[in-house]
Design a protein around this ligand. Sequence first.
Ligand code: AMP
Length: 112
Amino acid sequence: MDCLFCKIIAGEIPSSKVYENEYVYAFRDIAPQAPVHVLIVPKMHLSSADEINGENSVYVAKIFEAVPEIAKAEGLAEGYRVITNCGKHACQSVSHLHFHVLGGKQLEGQMG
Ligand code: AMP
């Protein structure tokens, strides 16, 4: 499958890893939007949040279990934002489910 994040998980494309376990891989965004900008992805290929279901939601649970560990390791005690973009209207640019963890400064406004 020609998927950028699958290739990153497989080590075929370099990344700056910050966390990994059996289900989850996390690495620094190549174009950070905040002092800390980490992407957390499931090791199973899911194209977006729209493909989450009862068969695969363990991957999402594992991602959210990793969030506070990553936040702590990155020094985000003052808070952070976790978002996922799903599909065209949300400007999703990589078709492998991923959650952005943003922090390290006062983020602007509110989402939505
Ligand atoms: P989204 O627009 O929500 O689909 O987010 C995709 C993110 O992937 C963007 O923030 C990109 O900067 C990031 N990105 C694209 N290619 C790479 C890469 N090779 N390594 C790390 N992050 C990447």
